[in-house]
Write a protein that binds this ligand. Structure first.
Ligand code: ZN
Length: 633
């Protein structure tokens, strides 16, 4: 222990001075990085880096802040088997006591390259038939230099019969070994690979364009890749409609990397020249109408990020390496505007009907209207604390608030769009903002950063207005100060509740929908309860009817008015209580105690919808209508 502590002090002092004087040229390179997957069933990635170095103290980082995750969530806890050698001789390393993503070592005199080896178990992204590879999980890089100055030459070794896709350029393939052209480390991390036994590539490039867009699919079985002609047409329209919206692109070619598996983690991660899309409904995405409806907005969302998030990025979310903390305060633009534009493109491309768009927005608007935490927590605080909210518990989520900058951000940007349309007397819209804000440096994917004032200036260039006050009201306001439904109200529609759920809400309750972080039975708009399919209470509306009766997350409903609990019985008894005007008698059990809770609620079933306001202009029809195609690229 003693030997280590004096060595540690020396290493930290040396690495601190190294950070203070970054070498503009970057370290010697490139690093030869080889990642092997010898047995997919075992799900272990074997990493070997050959890194040119200089003798003396050296500090290595495992990527910590992962762009797009908006959190220091690099999976360092899973790394195993780390060995560093030079000429076959082991070099001791020491993990930093304060920052556990940091490793200190001393490179012996006369050593100019080291071998780094470790293993990464990729249970979330490897199945017997496919692989999704995020390079940040399988590489260490040097402290003291921006990642754009650190060159890497990656080699991936996969089963010989597998096919693959990535935004990286292949230099050589021999059986299962693929070597890519060298790229800076930040580009490598920005360029995931999908590979698999069952693989299909579709070219979505619009006629006459020299910039290629591909849909690359991998699945656990061949049937998962059975996409219909209509679904393919929707994605072709997506590419055209995005071009018609932004009048620019910020990639050489673009790859939608879509994994259709029931065994990998679901969701999406945006990149400049590709997106890592993992269907929530897994292998069923293209087979089932409801599943496709819920997954249809995933690719448009991640594609929109190529412009909004990757190319144009809030200043605090751009960092020179993956160690420097990200500041997420402007994520209401990065994510909120992406939900607004991405869902708009989903409808313009025909992947959603306007009905589905309205049902989705009605459901989210109702959810946001029941985020009771708005009383104490402004939207801006959910952005500053974003990294605490991703993956936070559903218990008391309405009172604590969640990653509301997505759903409330969509309502905010609808309100911006409607304000531009109203003030300009229908001459301008968010389309003009999209063209001007993102349509610069066509073809370039060198990130440009912006501040709050830049957004205000860009909005003023489209339509003069006191945008700073407008935005601050949304971001800093609490309770009723926030004009949550003003965009919907100005669009010629209104949020109402009926006793019939929309097809969208039905689908959400039956299928896991990660963006909404919820699954189960949503009676938040009536009794104030959110339950899982087994009747376990996930969330209770703060100060709502169930709250006042004493119910809490974690309890399990056993019976309603003497009838054994099921979703159907709960809903029957809500209807019955409305007729009889008698309180519901709910039997629930929790921590060994079973008792009766009396819930005073006579309002009946409540499911959100948007309905037309007679005599007004239908702006949603205009917003969601496809645009004439742009032949620019
Ligand atoms: Zn996003």
């Amino acid at each position: 222990m003693k030997r280590w502590s004096s060595l540690l002090a020396l290493m930290i002092a040396a690495s601190a001075s190294c950070l203070a004087q970054p070498d503009a040229k970057g370290p010697a390179g490139p690093v030869a990085l080889t990642v092997e997957l010898p047995n997919p069933e075992q799900q272990i990635l074997y990493v070997h880096e050959v890194m040119p170095v200089r003798p003396g103290p050296l500090t290595l980082y495992y990527p910590k802040y992962i762009p797009g995750d908006h959190a220091p969530d690099g999976p360092i806890d899973a790394m195993m088997g780390l060995e560093i050698t030079a000429g076959g001789k082991r070099i001791a390393w020491l993990r930093d006591e304060v920052d556990m993503f940091t490793f200190h070592l001393m490179v012996p005199a006369d050593v100019n390259r080291i071998d780094i080896q470790f293993q990464f178990p990729s249970r979330d992204r490897v199945t017997p038939n496919l692989l999704g590879l995020e390079w940040n999980e399988v590489a260490l890089y040097q402290a003291g230099y921006p990642t754009k100055l650190q060159m890497y030459q990656p080699t991936l070794v996969i089963p010989a019969g597998w096919r693959y896709a990535t935004a990286l350029t292949t230099e050589e393939r021999s059986a299962g070994s693929i070597t890519f052209k060298p790229v800076p480390f930040n580009t490598l991390v920005d360029s995931p690979v999908v590979a698999g036994e069952y693989f299909r590539e579709l070219d979505l490039t619009p006629p006459g364009s020299s910039v290629h867009r591909y849909l690359d699919m991998v699945g656990d079985r061949a049937a998962a890749l059975d996409i219909s002609e209509m679904q393919v047409a929707g994605y072709r329209h997506l590419v055209e409609q995005a071009q018609a919206l932004f009048h620019s692109h910020h990639y050489d070619d673009y790859h939608f990397l879509l994994t259709l598996s029931d065994y990998v983690s679901t969701g999406g991660l945006e990149h400049h020249q590709s997106s890592d899309d993992r269907a929530r409904s897994g292998a069923k995405m293209f087979a089932d109408g409801d599943d496709f409806m819920l997954d249809a907005s995933l690719l448009p969302h991640e594609y929109t990020h190529s412009w909004n998030g990757k190319f144009m990025r809030p200043e605090g979310l751009w960092q020179p390496d993956f160690e420097s903390p990200e500041r997420a305060q402007m994520i209401w633009v990065y994510e909120g505007l992406t939900v607004y534009l991405g869902d708009m493109l989903t409808a313009r491309s025909g992947l959603w009907s306007p009905d589905t768009w309205r049902d989705a927005v009605a459901y989210r608007a109702a959810d946001m209207a029941h985020q009771t935490g708005r009383e104490w927590r402004p939207l801006l605080d959910t952005t500053v604390a974003a990294q605490l909210l991703y993956g936070s518990s559903s218990a008391w989520a309405n009172w604590r608030r969640q990653t509301d900058f997505y759903r409330e951000g969509q309502l905010l940007w609808l309100a911006v769009d409607m304000k531009i349309r109203t003030l300009s007397e229908d001459r301008r819209s968010i389309d003009d903002f999209a063209r001007q804000f993102f349509g610069v440096d066509n073809g370039s994917f060198v990130t440009r950063t912006y501040t709050f004032n830049d957004v205000v200036s860009a909005l003023n260039a489209v339509q003069p207005y006191d945008w700073a006050t407008f935005l601050h009201t949304w971001l800093d306001g609490v309770g009723q100060q926030v004009p949550l439904l003003s965009g919907i109200d100005a669009s010629g529609w209104r949020l109402v509740y009926s006793d019939q759920p929309s097809r969208y809400q039905n689908a959400v309750e039956n299928v896991h929908e990660e963006e909404l972080s919820r699954q189960g039975v949503n009676e938040m708009f009536s009794l104030g309860l959110f339950l899982d399919r087994q009747g376990k209470v996930e969330d209770v509306l703060w100060n709502g009817p169930a709250f006042k009766a004493g119910l809490a997350p974690g309890m399990v409903l056993v019976a309603i008015d003497g009838r054994r609990y099921s979703t159907g019985v709960l809903r029957d008894e809500i209807v019955e209580a409305q007729k009889s005007r008698k309180p519901l008698q709910i039997t629930a059990t929790g921590d060994g105690l079973t008792r009766l809770y009396t819930v005073d609620y006579e309002g009946g079933l409540k499911y959100p919808h948007l309905v037309r306001v007679p005599g007004t202009t239908d702006y949603l029809q205009q917003i969601l209508a496809p645009r004439p195609s742009d032949n620019g690229s």
